[in-house]
Design a protein around this ligand. Structure first.
Ligand code: ZN
Length: 314
């Protein structure tokens, strides 16, 4: 039997949050509804950040109130702080269900302070309050360790520090841990080593890897993660997203490119690649610029061609 690998899409959150132009709410909802029909395991649909900081996430409540939920798909949101947590719980109770909440801290102290203006210990003080709020509301909680494979300010982050944060999430009662390569510094050897240690240290929770393809190592890192036993991966439709410290850099690993590779390798992603591609090709028009997805240009691997009449060399 084929091994199952679970694919999550974060384009509507990680991708859209850096877009300068506001993407209309109905466009976001239509995209989420299309993604819901593709067989993805999870869709991160929005973030409860302050709308002034990230204008494209200002419609979080409207999105949760109006998407068509498909059975078997987990709809998650990203939460930066306690205020966002309160808004998410309120929305969950009154406007639209939240299945899962992702919270995050950075593995490096400098990045955490730059990102959320908290020390890492302060972040965990907040997480202890947040997990209680989520459990009371019946919402699953996932803890992200961002910059787990390198920090754009500090460089190398000690592996024991990353694993220590993963353990603190698990000890608080989190349902899963995500290691995020926020600025695309991970390499496959490092991914395999840290992922294997994570699986061994925290065997009874979900493990997810979140890669950005900033330096072209994204899909190689997925293969490395699978070798270490991790079966859940975040990607972004059409490769949307970016890196705040590398202007013009490519974004998250591309969801449909990841699915194409894994299916070719003999894994079962549960995803209908044709449906995913049909959604991906609409992305340049939605965001108003070119995107980095490769399979949407080249076609699926087994998209064969007629033999040309003339020799290639002519
Ligand atoms: Zn990301």
């Amino acid at each position: 039997m084929k091994q199952r690998i679970y694919i999550n899409d974060v384009a509507v959150r990680d991708g859209f949050q850096i877009e300068k132009n506001f993407i209309p709410t109905e466009t976001k909802i239509a995209l989420i509804d299309a993604l819901s029909e593709t067989g993805l395991a999870k869709i991160e649909v929005t973030s409860f950040v302050h709308p002034k900081l990230v204008p494209n996430m200002a419609d979080a409540v409207e999105i949760l109130a109006n998407i068509n939920r498909v059975k078997g798909v987990t709809y998650s949101v990203l939460i930066p702080n306690l205020k966002g947590m309160e808004r998410a719980i309120e929305t969950h109770k009154t406007r639209g269900k939240v299945d899962e909440i992702n919270v995050f801290l950075s593995a490096s102290e400098t990045h955490n302070r730059a990102n959320v203006n908290r020390t890492c210990d302060q972040s965990f003080e907040d997480f202890a309050i947040m997990i209680k709020m989520a459990k009371d509301a019946g919402i699953r909680m996932m803890g992200i360790v961002a910059t787990a494979f390198g920090c754009p300010f500090e460089g190398h982050v000690p592996e024991e520090r990353v694993l220590g944060f993963a353990k603190r999430y698990v000890d608080l009662g989190f349902d899963g841990v995500t290691l995020g390569d926020t600025t695309g510094m991970a390499n496959p050897a490092q991914v395999e080593r840290i992922s294997a240690a994570l699986v061994q240290q925290c065997p009874n929770v979900e493990h997810t890897l979140h890669f950005h393809n900033t330096r072209g190592m994204g899909l190689a890192n997925v293969v490395a993660g699978i070798r270490a036993g991790i079966v859940s991966y975040d990607g972004s439709l059409a490769g949307l997203g970016g890196c705040p410290f590398a202007p013009g850099a490519t974004g998250n690993i591309c969801t449909e490119d990841t699915v194409n590779m894994l299916e070719d390798m003999g894994y079962d992603t549960g995803v209908d690649l044709d449906k995913l591609l049909a959604a991906a090709v609409k992305m340049p028009a939605i965001v108003g610029h070119e995107v980095t997805g490769q399979v949407m240009r080249a076609g699926k691997t087994m998209h064969l061609h007629a033999v040309p009449d003339k020799l290639y060399t002519q």
